[in-house]
Design a protein around this ligand. Structure first.
Ligand SMILES: [Mg+2]
Length: 390
């Protein structure tokens, strides 16, 4: 094997503008706003080895992890890049008092190195077999601006997605509207698409009360929703409260997107707080953490559902039996897709609305490592900063 000791880490910062996007009432949720622009700051991590093989990762929530990479860079220099399990556990401990987001880009870049060293895609190292993944269209949040601004607008968009081939559709509603509009949206979306499409609802912890969560949950029951995700402002943390909710509604609950740590998630499962298990590349410490949690769920006989799109997510899902859908989003009928506006990949990789085939599936990248080609030439034009370690 080549000399895969880590020689250098580089974190690059980028700045670009995204069109037709504004923010909602509190400034946190991105929503459709005609003519608006939204400034975004992203980061990319590269890990170079002595042998010249470089791991590459680019992803959202960059500001958080860029600072954490700085905290552990000295530890990584000189390490064998293939010793992911050791590195994962050491950094998990090192970042234990903060959220640990910095572990994810490091772990993904190390898997990218491993795939490139062996000349295979990551899913092949994981024992994967699936070449395509059924996707659900995951919407931008509801707006007040002529986009997804009514129950009927969500219904119309669900029909559009169904016609594109999507087997499932997930609503992200409004943050501060009347709860009656949330109930109406659940029912109107089902009415629009009929019975042949799985529907999910993700209030993203916006409802103020457990009672509101119950009211909307009963609508999900009536409309036969596939899952009901993180409904109210406990933050998706209280296993007790969600167990209570499960006693009053029959729609499966999905919580855990904001809980950090496999051990804590297991506690939540044992406390009967959830039906589907949530995992995510960024929240679980990368591919290594996601696969651990997938096997935890398997041990309980449950399914794991991965948060958000991305090449690393696709590599994992290709290798997990107990999972239903790839989350493609966030999509909107009037917003040009992210990859159409911000082409960070130089190949056909896309998570835009039209990225699915006629069966509503996306392909698993098949190149070495994470399987995608980062468009470094385009990124260079938007670079605003660079820090080199080693
Ligand atoms: Mg969510």
């Amino acid at each position: 094997m080549k000399d895969l000791r880590i020689k250098r880490l580089t974190v690059r910062q980028y700045n670009w503008t995204f069109r037709e996007i504004g923010s909602d009432y509190n400034g946190f949720n991105q929503v459709y706003l005609k003519g608006a622009t939204c400034n975004e700051i992203w980061y990319a991590l590269t890990i170079e080895t002595e042998a010249g093989i470089t791991g590459e990762y680019i992803g959202a929530v960059g500001g958080v992890w860029a600072a954490q990479v700085a905290m552990v860079a000295h530890y990584l220099i000189g390490r064998n890049a293939l010793e992911r399990e050791l590195i994962w556990n050491d950094i998990k401990r090192a970042l234990r008092q903060i959220d640990g987001y910095g572990l994810a880009p490091i772990d993904c870049a190390l898997w990218d190195i491993a795939g490139k060293a062996y000349g295979v895609p990551v899913h092949q190292l994981l024992g994967g077999w699936r070449k395509t993944l059924p996707a659900y269209a995951s919407t931008l949040h509801g707006d007040e601006n002529g986009g997804l601004d009514s129950p009927e607008a969500f219904g119309d968009f669900a029909v559009q997605c169904k016609e594109l081939g999507y087997p499932a559709f997930k609503v992200h509603g409004w943050g501060n509207g009347p709860i009656e509009r949330e109930v109406a949206t659940v029912l109107a979306t089902r009415k629009a698409v009929g019975d042949q499409m799985n529907l999910m609802l993700d209030p993203a912890c916006e409802y103020n009360t457990w009672g509101d969560a119950l009211r909307v949950g009963r609508a999900c029951d009536e409309a036969n929703y596939f899952w009901y995700e993180d409904p109210y402002k406990d933050g998706g943390h209280s296993a007790f409260a969600h167990k209570k909710l499960r006693q009053f509604i029959k729609t499966p609950i999905l919580m855990g997107e904001h809980i950090r740590g496999i051990e804590v998630k297991v506690d939540g499962i044992i406390a009967e707080g959830t039906d589907f298990i949530r995992a995510g590349i960024h929240s679980e410490g990368g591919i290594t953490g996601v696969m651990k949690l997938a096997h935890v769920a398997e041990g309980f006989g449950l399914d794991v559902e991965l948060h958000g799109p991305g090449a690393a997510t696709r590599q994992c899902l290709a290798s997990i039996r107990n999972s239903n859908y790839y989350e493609l989003g966030l999509v909107h009928p009037k917003v040009p897709g992210r990859h159409a506006q911000v082409p960070i990949y130089g190949d056909a990789y896309s998570d835009d609305l039209e990225a699915v085939d006629a069966n509503g599936c996306v392909p698993v990248p098949d190149g070495p490592g994470l399987g995608v080609t980062i468009n470094w030439d385009w990124l260079a034009k938007h670079e605003t900063g660079k820090v080199v370690y080693g």
